[in-house]
Design a protein around this ligand. Structure first.
Ligand SMILES: NC(=O)c1ccc[n+]([C@@H]2O[C@H](COP(=O)([O-])OP(=O)(O)OC[C@H]3O[C@@H](n4cnc5c(N)ncnc54)[C@H](OP(=O)(O)O)[C@@H]3O)[C@@H](O)[C@H]2O)c1
Length: 271
């Protein structure tokens, strides 16, 4: 595993496990499989409706909580609602603290929501706070009106939306870029991409593994999701090779600067 350092000084694994659209029925088993495989970063959200089962999976794995980096996201709006929501997340996840909690996307009362995050951050209940789906202007506006610098911005990032402009902005601000939907929610075609495939042949890796290596080598926190144990293991098996500068450039040429998912519209194009 490789690690990134947040602006809080905390270390986070560069590769983690996403849990969007995993049904509550499958979540605990998938999370346990991921932890058994070696994943130490787990990403969920209040609106994935599986926080309780993520907590169950962590407990079933038997891992020491301090070995894990656990993220959830705010789906409430405003100060009071968000404080109640954070308490509920802590209870459902069955933990005393969160390693990272982020605003899921900009909302009318996001400043109040962020203030609640700041309060829990100062109380040591959330070790790092941040954003998701914030574009450059929205991030600048929030920073100008708040006290604690966001540690992370989690944004759609994949083969066809590489987010070069956002990435450079985030690096300058000392904010870690985190990739959501790194496989664009439909991974099969990636293994047939001629460039990814050719590079993969050299290292005995699939196109998906090459893409995950590309993202993590760019120092992007990357959180692929799967409920298939073989996929969960394959997605983790990317740290025994290093892409050359030329291979990184070849993959960069595949950028189409357009969202594969289409939302939020404020971030659908990386011009
Ligand atoms: N902040 C936000 O607004 C936001 C939005 C979306 C996602 N996210 C986060 O980002 C995480 C990842 O994004 P995502 O869940 O949208 O999708 P994703 O990780 O881009 O793609 C998941 C899909 O890829 C398949 N897959 C995974 N590994 C594979 C492999 N090795 N070979 C073949 N197929 C494979 C999975 O199917 P199998 O289960 O069959 O393997 C699943 O259908 C989420 O789970 C969530 O934590 C955040």
């Amino acid at each position: 595993m490789e690690y990134l350092t947040l602006n809080t000084g905390a270390k986070t694994p560069v590769l983690g496990f996403g849990t969007y659209q995993i049904s509550p029925h499958d979540t605990a088993e998938a999370v346990k499989t991921a932890i058994d495989t070696g994943y130490r970063l787990i990403d969920t959200s209040q609106d994935y409706f599986n926080e309780k089962e993520v907590g169950d999976g962590i407990i079933a794995s038997g891992i020491d909580r301090h070995q894990l980096f656990l993220t959830t996201k705010v789906d409430t709006d405003g100060y009071e609602e968000t404080k109640a929501g954070i308490d509920e997340s802590l209870a459902k996840l069955q933990t005393d603290y969160l390693d990272l909690m982020i605003l899921h996307w900009p909302r009318p009362q996001s400043l109040g929501s962020y203030k609640a995050l700041e309060e829990y951050y100062h109380a040591g209940k959330i070790k790092a706070i941040g954003l998701s789906n914030y574009n450059i202007q929205q991030t600048k506006d929030l920073i100008a009106q708040t006290e604690v610098m966001p540690a992370v911005d989690q944004i759609e990032t994949n083969l066809h939306l590489q987010q070069g402009k956002m990435h450079d902005f985030l690096v300058k601000q000392g904010i870690v870029h985190e990739a959501w939907s790194p496989l664009a929610q439909g991974a099969r075609v990636l293994n047939n991409d001629p460039i990814l495939k050719k590079i993969g042949q050299k290292y005995h890796k699939t196109g998906i593994q090459v893409l995950l290596r590309f993202l993590t080598q760019r120092q992007i926190m990357t959180i692929p999701r799967s409920i298939n144990p073989a996929h969960i293991r394959a997605n983790f098996d990317i740290f025994d090779f290093q892409l050359t500068a030329d291979e990184m450039k070849q993959i960069q040429t595949l950028d189409q600067h357009r969202s594969a998912i289409g939302w939020p519209s404020s971030m659908a194009v990386d011009a």
